[in-house]
Design a protein around this ligand. Structure first.
Ligand code: IMP
Ligand code: MG
Length: 198
């Protein structure tokens, strides 16, 4: 990797470190998820609900891997607290534009860590009477025992390291990396860690 590119992988005391999932592996798995969803929803027009901001890149590639007339909507939620930990307090920052009544809804999430965000979203969206509600998460923590009735589609199991890239950020940086990396401390770390946007 060129030196200037390596420098751009370091920001605010953090660096995008060890490669965990390559671009090729991400894209191959997303194509497989798309085929699965295409088969499962044949004859229907699922509504993909992306959770901003982290899921935007995954949602974009996933949608192109689904050979059905999908529709899109987005929700933004924010959890308060330290930028690398979920506090469990979820606040809707941007609500959906579309009515979910009688729709086949698929929540598209970047990563399920504690599961608190997903738990909150599921309960919130179920109350809007969709015809069906499933969840598609790109990443799920290894130690998570999540019921198949809650998590229908998952991309990869990942260790507990804090991850960046492909939509995932630390303090809003590194979302545009094409792969998933483990966060590391930059050699001359000095910046703060406030924040908390998903
Ligand atoms: P949960 O509520 O603990 O499941 O947290 C879910 C949200 O926290 C995700 O949608 C992400 O926005 C964020 N998050 C959790 N782990 C990571 C990580 O390793 N990197 C970046 N964001 C993360
Ligand atoms: Mg998120």
């Amino acid at each position: 990797m060129a030196n200037d590119q390596r420098a751009s992988l370091s920001s605010g005391g953090y660096a995008a470190g060890r490669l965990l999932i390559s671009e090729e592996d991400l894209q191959a798995r997303i194509r497989a998820l798309g085929r699965e969803i295409t088969a499962d929803y044949a004859g229907r027009a699922p509504l993909l609900v992306g959770v901003l901001k982290g899921a935007f890149m995954f949602m974009s590639d996933l949608a192109r891997a689904i050979d059905l007339p999908v529709e899109f909507d987005f929700m933004a939620v924010s959890s308060y607290g330290h930028s690398t930990r979920s506090s469990g307090v979820v606040r809707i920052v941007k609500d959906l534009d579309l009515d979910l009544a009688d729709r086949d809804v698929i929540i598209v999430e970047d990563i399920i860590d504690s599961g608190l965000t997903l738990n909150y979203l599921r309960r919130n969206l179920l109350a809007r009477n969709p015809a069906s509600l499933e969840v598609c998460a790109l990443l799920v923590r290894e130690n998570h025992r999540m019921d198949g009735s809650i998590l229908r589609y998952e991309g990869f199991r990942v260790p507990s390291d804090f991850l960046v890239g492909y939509g995932l950020d630390v303090n809003e940086r590194f979302r545009n990396l094409p792969d998933i990396r483990v966060v590391a401390s930059a050699p001359d770390a000095d910046a703060g860690t406030d924040g908390g946007a998903s």
